[in-house]
Design a protein around this ligand. Structure first.
Ligand code: FMN
Length: 477
């Protein structure tokens, strides 16, 4: 099915109205707010566009940025969005999501510093000045999605059956699979702190302590059934993040900003029905295994705890929050509304504009609740193609978001801001068309490095070629 068939903003507006979403998805074609700078602590971000963290799975096997990593960051740096939110970077080897994920340690520091320098240089070459360009890095532990073996915070009866110890043979973990110890977590806190110091030395201006997409720190937030000091009540479930923030603040002061990308709504897994369409799995009630979900209906968000967490973090000096939701592994339509599913996914269970609306609605509720002191970066814009800038303008004007981030949209069209400045609008032949080939490449492991690099297949010749090679493996299977 083709969902996105809008050639003009009016056609899109009329569909939004037809779906009853016009109070949530709004557009404003008089662009002004998107060009205004905004401050985070002592940093000035020169406009209201961010490049979301977009992993390219293209590092060296020991976790250094490689040729394609540098290329991607240069394109992001030169593009003109003034907030470049660097991608998922593991703090420990066993927490990497794939063998080519970036890994921050002393040995790799030089290359990380070069990554920042190259992105800044690319920016200066086009824009002259980079004093209002802000670049950070996302620090992560992949938890149950770590590629060597799952590292789980607790047993989740619905997600465990999708958490494989043998991915080829699809053998899931069983109920005797060990839960990560408090001891490990205590040591891991210090690994995050160490990496924050390294990030500062490399020249990053902020570190994102990643708490989204059901990776380890996101899972800890949902650990109601976990024993010990990191599980159970809200204070215990937030102990890890609070400790990490406190330690980074005490060791680095305001040399570096601390940020966090947070899932405000995990939702639950979806699987294909007989028509290939996504359908929620059966779940136990009360559902005690998700963050930001209603216990009696985890298909519905409950923002009470996410808002509380963001307020606590703000009181500790975390003033930059990136809102996300869902899991790329078991409900990809929640995080990234798409036209065509990824190879391991299902067809859209909803018209994707509902997914965009969910992002906008939850983000604006959070923004309203936490106040203007916290800079809120929103997600879910790429699906709107060349029209996303008008949604950005409307949302910023109405204070429903502070900065608009684009993920797939930036892979496809890294220089979108340059075109916006030059021509006053985006070029429809350069935008992301959400057909999930970037994710397909991420899911492709059948080369000598155990991982294909991810990028935009329809818009970038480099990845079109890589996709041709990867695709042969799909047909063989
Ligand atoms: C290829 C690919 C890589 C991604 N890498 C990351 C990442 O490193 N960290 C992260 O938080 N999200 C990551 N995401 C999610 C995006 O940042 C973003 O949240 C998602 O694509 C939805 O935004 P969009 O509609 O603008 O694409 C990735 C998504 C894709 C498709």
């Amino acid at each position: 099915m083709r969902f996105f068939r809008f050639r003009t903003i009016d056609e899109l507006k009329s569909e939004v109205k037809h779906l009853g979403l016009d109070e949530i998805i709004k557009f404003d074609e008089n662009l002004s707010e998107v060009f205004k700078p905004i401050k985070v602590g002592r940093l000035v971000i020169g406009n209201r566009f961010a490049v979301h963290p977009m992993e390219g799975c293209d590092g060296t096997l020991d976790g250094k940025p490689d040729e394609l990593t540098f290329r991607r960051w240069e394109r992001f740096g030169g593009g003109g969005a003034k907030l470049v939110w660097g991608e998922a970077t593991a703090v420990v080897e066993e927490g990497r999501a794939n063998p080519r994920q970036l890994l921050l340690n002393e040995k790799n520091l030089k290359e990380f510093a070069l990554l920042v320098q190259k992105a800044r240089k690319a920016h200066r070459e086009i824009w002259g000045d980079d004093s209002d360009l802000v670049i950070g890095i996302q620090l992560t532990h992949s938890g149950r999605w770590s590629y060597k073996r799952p590292i789980i915070a607790f047993h989740n009866p619905v997600v465990d059956s999708l958490t494989y110890i043998d991915k080829e043979k699809k053998i899931p973990i069983d109920k005797n699979y060990p839960v990560v110890s408090d001891d490990y977590l205590e040591r891991l806190e210090d690994k995050f702190v160490k990496c924050a110091k390294l990030a500062f030395e490399a020249g990053f201006q902020f570190v994102d302590i990643k708490q989204c997409h059901t990776y380890l720190l996101n899972e800890l937030l949902a650990g109601r059934t976990r024993d010990g000091k990191y599980g159970g009540d809200f204070l215990s479930r937030t102990r890890f993040i609070r400790n990490v923030v406190r330690k980074i603040k005490s060791e680095l002061g305001d040399k570096i900003e601390v940020a966090s990308r947070i899932n405000v709504f995990d939702c639950i897994p979806f699987l294909k029905d007989i028509n290939g369409i996504g359908k929620p799995v059966n779940y136990p009630v009360p559902y005690l295994y998700g963050f930001g979900v209603k216990e009696d209906n985890p298909l519905e968000p409950d923002l009470t705890e996410p808002i509380e967490l963001i307020k606590i973090l703000a009181s500790m000096g975390v003033k930059l929050i990136n809102i996300s939701m869902g899991s790329p592994y078991y409900n990809p339509h929640i995080g990234r509304p798409f036209e065509t599913p990824p190879i391991d996914g299902y067809k859209q269970p909803e018209q994707p504009l509902f997914g965009v609306a969910r992002h906008f609605k939850l983000t604006s509720e959070v923004k309203n609740a936490v106040g203007s002191d916290v800079i809120i970066v929103g997600t879910g814009y790429s699906y709107l193609r060349e029209f996303f800038v008008y949604a950005a303008e409307a949302n910023i004007k109405e204070q429903r978001v502070s900065i608009v981030g684009v993920g797939r949209g930036a892979l496809a069209y890294p220089d979108f801001f340059l075109d916006l400045k030059r021509y006053g609008k985006l070029n429809p032949s350069k935008v992301c068309i959400t057909i999930s080939h970037c994710t397909n490449l991420m899911r492709s492991k059948h080369n000598e490095l155990g991982q294909f690099p991810a990028g935009c297949v329809p818009r970038d010749k480099v990845y079109a070629k890589i996709f041709q090679i990867a695709r042969k493996g799909y047909t063989k299977k």
